[in-house]
Design a protein around this ligand. Structure first.
Ligand code: UN1
Length: 516
């Protein structure tokens, strides 16, 4: 490790109480000797090991489920606003630890300093949202056809939920699910990605410190382990009422089928292959910035990353020339350094996938406009860097229908908006989308039933960078799940329709008579 990274590692290990070997299993306390395999946390910044983690086994998992179920029972004895109070305290602690947690996210996933902190800000934001929500978990009341009857809906806690997260948003996605589920009355078992384990351990240390200090039930548990073992155990376990899964379409299909077999619930946040339409009626400066952020932020490793742009013929030449200049100038390198906008990919496999996708795009008729190669960074001996890449495509081809987790942007051209929307909707995924235009008719068409087929639709802003206040998720192969804001909380609850007869007789619905 370079001197700077060594220093950073030492600093955050001290601040967050991490060691060179850490337990990856928590249920009311850290399990000293979990019996699973060892997992190593590697920094993509230089490819060097950061620490070793002892993962959980089947036995550990069994213990966790039992303990967390018990905690959830105690949690039920609190009112939702009392539960919200814990989340408020956690949010306050996260505010204090924002910088430290941001650093561990950055070291472990290669995010830039501001993006690392942004990840923690997203946790703070959802904590605030959950606190407010804890005072308004509302059902509706409806008119009864029966005399002196009242009907309404209530949302009761679901029980235990499982959250399986990906490396790219290693802590915020956990909080989107967990803070909301907690105020609803659930307890949470978390299996983070094996590529972002120190972040998960650090988050748990902070969250459970608040729980212990304030004597709340231990509703948050952690188990580090592989998807094949722990992920499958979670999906198959009927005690876990809901699985929220973020990851690939392939793994999501397995989770979905396994959970459905036992009639459990799922939130699936699978692949995205997000497109932006750039119209000749757009503000070009704004569109260029939007596309650049959407396509290159987090080194193209967001589910919401812009992977395709569809540019109107009239401005095609100008737009692509200016985009090419931005791509040539953008600084790729150590994400801890100021001015760097694009850090590394997560690991060597991601680099291979990048190279393979570029080669395939070329074979399928693509013309390279920028990037296309792996990159070495001055001052760093290892790490997984690639050049942000733009490839002009003659039409929608198989590779452009795939999500490659790397900064590759495919460019298409269009003459009519109908044609642009057709290209836009031609992929199997349906997470995020956007249109850049100042023309009211164009943006309304894009937002109409004949427009974008995605869960998120943006006008004059990027496909990436959604706020927590809206429900997050997508259609088609993206899996249909919704989490985070709006009324996404309802999936963490058991919905009950209540009918109360407060009269002296028992009139029946639908005019049925049953005189006994
Ligand atoms: C993800 O990539 O899984 O909208 C989540 C965004 C972020 C969240 C992305 N707020 O880009």
């Amino acid at each position: 490790m370079s001197m700077d990274l060594m220093k950073l590692r030492k600093e955050i290990f001290n601040e967050l109480g991490l060691n060179s070997t850490n337990s990856g299993v928590y249920a009311a306390e850290w399990v000293k000797h979990p019996s699973g395999k060892k997992v190593v946390s590697v920094s993509p910044i230089d490819g060097k090991d950061i620490a070793t983690i002892l993962a959980g086994s089947k036995d550990d998992f069994e213990m966790i489920v039992r303990k967390t179920e018990k905690a959830q029972n105690d949690w039920l004895k609190l009112t939702p606003p009392q539960r919200g109070e814990l989340i408020r305290l956690i949010g306050n602690e996260l505010r204090k630890q924002k910088e430290n947690l941001g650093k561990i996210v950055s070291l472990e996933t290669g995010k830039t300093t501001v993006e690392g902190e942004g990840e923690i800000q997203e946790m703070i934001d959802i904590a605030d949202f959950a606190v407010g929500l804890s005072r308004q978990l509302h059902g509706i009341q409806m008119a009864s056809e029966r005399f002196e009857h009242r009907m309404y809906e209530q949302y009761l806690p679901l029980g235990l939920i499982g959250v399986i997260t990906s490396f790219n948003f290693p802590s915020s996605v956990w909080s989107w699910n967990s803070f909301i589920a907690a105020v609803v009355g659930d307890a949470v078992v978390w299996k983070p990605s094996s590529k972002a384990i120190l972040t998960a351990i650090s988050v748990m240390k902070i969250v459970t410190k608040v729980i212990k200090e304030n004597k709340y039930p231990e509703i948050f548990a952690l188990v580090i382990g592989s998807g094949a073992e722990i992920g499958n155990l979670m999906s198959a376990d009927p005690r876990i009422k809901l699985i929220s899964f973020t990851g690939s379409v392939k793994s999501g299909r397995v989770v979905s089928e396994t959970v459905a077999r036992r009639f459990g619930k799922t939130i699936l946040e699978l692949g995205g292959n997000n497109g932006s339409i750039v119209s000749s009626k757009a503000n070009l400066n704004l569109s260029l910035k939007g596309v650049a952020f959407g396509a290159m932020a987090t080194a193209g490793q967001r589910c919401t990353t812009t992977r395709r742009i569809i540019v109107e013929e009239k401005i095609y030449k100008e737009f692509t020339t200016r985009l090419k200049n931005i791509y040539t100038d953008v600084k790729v390198g150590n994400p801890r350094e100021e001015g760097i906008l694009v850090g590394p990919l997560i690991d060597g496999d991601a680099v291979k996938n990048f190279t393979r996708a570029v080669d395939r795009a070329k074979m399928e008729g693509g013309k390279l406009l920028a990037g296309g190669k792996t990159a070495t960074i001055r001052g760093l001996k290892g790490g997984f860097y690639v050049q942000p890449t733009v490839i002009e495509m003659p039409k929608v081809t198989p590779i452009t229908c795939e999500e490659t987790f790397a900064p590759i942007l495919y460019v298409f051209r269009y003459k009519t908006l109908e044609e642009a929307i057709k290209i836009h909707n031609a992929v199997p995924q349906g997470l995020s989308s956007s249109i850049f235009t100042n023309d009211l008719m164009e943006e309304e068409k894009f937002l109409s039933a004949l427009g974008s087929d995605c869960g998120l639709a943006n006008v004059n802003t990027a496909t990436a960078g959604a706020e927590i206040g809206g429900a997050f998720g997508g259609e088609k192969d993206t899996g249909g799940g919704r989490e985070s804001g709006s009324d996404a909380w309802k999936i963490y609850a058991r919905r009950q329709t209540v009918t109360i007869n407060w009269g002296k007789d028992i009139p029946l619905a639908q005019g049925v008579r049953f005189e006994v």
